[in-house]
Design a protein around this ligand. Structure first.
Ligand code: GLY
Length: 624
């Protein structure tokens, strides 16, 4: 069976026997947790000399013991006991002692209340038993014994007749002795502090307060056992993997065998090897290897228990996490766009540019400066992506995460997505382009695209990813194996094994396309030449208009400048005088404009003051 946590509740006679057989069966080795009810603590307190065999049987066990707070009265009694009685005193001994006292007090009260000891035979009882006639009165007096300080602590009963605030000590058997590792009470749950300290505080069940001291578990280990293991019953975990045609680097069936290989399989195997237990498993293909099966259908078979796990290139999406539990992602695989490099600098790809923050800025400035130009430009650059729906975006894994993302999240009509069956089909469609029945771009997960691009240097990833996504292995909901696998996947990532497996399967003779890619991904100065030209032209026109206006005003103002200047000494001095006069005229104009605007402001202010005075006068008139 799977469970490695065993709770033993039996009578004292059998308890040690059961533990002995368990040790013989190997059920006291590391990995097991034994919780034994208070039978064991009673034995430990009573039997001062357990055999070494019995000691070995109970190593690492956790047991419970009714908690009785320390007191002077208790210490005195225990000392007296140890001096006179040849066997140990357990907690039942203390309760027996207190019970006698409670009973004595109650009987004292019973007699003082006029009670009589008389019995009646009852046919329902055996011959040796009778009914105590005034038993209810005695019981009433027992329950009235309140706040008696006994050896077991303050004794009080609740309205149901139960002892108030019962608590347990939690004990760990270690070596030849035992160690108290904490307490348990109804009020405070698990704690390392004694319950009477916690009764004075408000109840706190937060996980940080529910602590115990460290435990030495069976197998003499302090490492917390997981609590379960794979049952050694010959059953194998059924692992579903997509049996498909594309990207064999990730998962593919080895020809003429029922075995699978690929990046995902290697990651899975490496993760299993790091688990501290064996996971017998059998990989079973999903699909016939003729086309690409739908991943969601495979994952649904986990919910029907046909598969116990799914291994492959499964994108972790919100919808899928409602069906299954995923491990930590073992690779990132964002959605990216791939297009031919020759097209990248053309404006056909501008439909993707709104996804880049830089472009938002540039577009904003663009609109501010020359809206009309943008309008024209936008129409030109979006030519490929507007108008009647065309089939422009290629995708291989039809009904994969990426297709659904496109149609549901980005509201791109499915009619615009082209299902393609292979990397070769991608290549052809991209080369043909949308005008020749191909596609303008393919959108797919980065992991696939990196494989695709590693041997096709004429294409490149453009823009930024649409969404961040990773791949994980899928397990049934709440599967403890998913948690352990996540832990070992992190270990694989930290120790570099994930990278090594990646390099083995996915890194090929990469194109020296980094330069091209950089060129594609970045806006350069020359990307804005049109914008600069427009701005420059607009400025030039404005300047020329201004110049013409001022020259006209100048010639009106100084119609007879040459006569006024008289006979110049030379032609060049005439030119310079003329230029100076012109410049001082421009300067004067500026002064005049400034003084005019100042005058206008003052006039406006004086009008406002006059209005204010009038309203004040009006108010005064009304009040009077
Ligand atoms: N990686 C393909 C999918 O998860 O749908």
């Amino acid at each position: 069976m799977e469970s490695r946590v065993i709770v033993l509740h039996t009578n004292e006679n059998w308890g040690l026997e059961v533990l002995n057989v368990a040790r013989y069966l190997g059920m006291k080795n590391s990995g097991y947790v034994w919780i034994v009810t208070d039978l064991l603590s009673s034995v430990l307190d009573t039997e001062s000399t357990l055999t070494s065999k019995a000691r070995s049987d109970i190593q690492g066990v956790i047991t419970l013991k009714m908690y009785t707070p320390d007191s002077k009265q208790k210490r005195k009694f225990v000392n007296k006991w140890q001096m006179n009685i040849p066997f140990g005193l357990n907690v039942y001994g203390l309760y027996a002692y207190d019970t006698v006292w409670i009973l004595a007090k109650a009987i004292g009260e019973f007699f003082s209340q006029g009670g009589n000891v008389s019995f009646t035979k009852d046919s329902r009882l055996s011959d040796s038993m009778s009914i105590f006639n005034e038993g209810n009165l005695l019981l009433h007096n027992i329950l009235q014994v309140n706040n008696m300080n006994g050896l077991t602590g303050p004794i009080r009963f609740n309205p149901d007749g139960n002892l108030m605030n019962p608590a347990y000590e939690i004990i760990n058997v270690i070596g030849t002795g035992s160690k108290r590792i904490g307490f348990w009470s109804n009020y405070s749950g698990l704690s390392v502090l004694p319950p009477e300290v916690l009764y004075m505080k408000p109840p706190n069940r937060s996980s940080s307060s529910q602590r115990l001291c460290s435990v030495v578990w069976p197998g003499e280990t302090t490492q917390k056992p997981r609590g379960w293991a794979f049952p050694n019953n010959g059953k194998h975990l059924r692992i579903g993997v997509p049996n498909r045609v594309i990207y064999p680097e990730f998962v593919s069936q080895i020809r003429s065998t029922d075995m699978f290989q690929g990046y995902c399989i290697d990651v899975f195997t490496a993760a299993l090897n790091l688990l501290p237990y064996a996971v017998p498993h059998k990989i079973i293909g999903f699909g016939y290897g003729q086309n690409n099966p739908k991943f969601d259908d495979l994952l649904r078979l986990i919910t029907t228990n046909y598969y116990d796990a799914a291994v492959g290139d499964f994108a972790i999406t919100t919808g899928r996490t409602k069906l299954v539990d995923f491990t930590q992602p073992y690779i990132e695989s964002d959605l990216v766009v791939v297009a031919p490099i020759r097209k990248l600098n053309s404006n056909a790809w501008s439909f993707l540019r709104p996804f880049t923050p830089q472009l938002w800025c540039v577009t904003g400035i663009f609109f501010l400066v020359v809206g009309v130009v943008v309008w024209i430009l936008e129409h030109r650059i979006n030519d490929d992506f507007r108008g009647p729906p065309k089939r422009q975006i290629g995708t291989i894994l039809w009904f994969s995460f990426s297709t659904l993302f496109f149609s549901h999240k980005l509201n791109i009509d499915m009619s615009r997505l082209v299902p393609l069956n292979s990397a070769e089909a991608y290549e052809k469609a991209l080369k043909d382009g949308p005008k020749n029945g191909g596609v303008a771009a393919v959108v797919d997960e980065r992991a696939y695209m990196e494989v695709f691009l590693s041997t096709r240097c004429e294409f490149s990833i453009i823009g930024h990813e649409f969404t961040r996504i990773g791949w994980g292995f899928a397990f049934p909901r709440d599967s403890p194996l998913a948690i352990d696998m996540s832990t070992v996947i992190l270990q694989l990532s930290e120790n570099g094994d994930l990278q090594r497996i990646h390099d083995k399967w996915l890194t090929r003779s990469a194109c020296s396309s980094q330069g091209a890619k950089e060129e594609v991904d970045r806006l350069q100065l020359k990307s804005f030449w049109g914008l600069f030209a427009m701005c420059g032209f607009a400025c030039l026109v404005a300047f020329l208009v201004f110049l013409m206006q001022i020259i006209r005003q100048f010639s009106r103002h100084y119609p007879d400048l040459e006569e006024e200047l008289g006979e110049p000494s030379s032609r060049s001095s005439l030119q310079s005088v003329r230029l100076r006069t012109f410049l001082s005229f421009v300067g004067e104009k500026e002064e005049v404009i400034k003084s005019l605007s100042k005058k206008r402001k003052m006039e406006k202010a004086s009008i406002r003051n006059t209005d204010g005075d009038q309203s004040v006068t009006g108010d005064l008139k009304q009040k009077c």
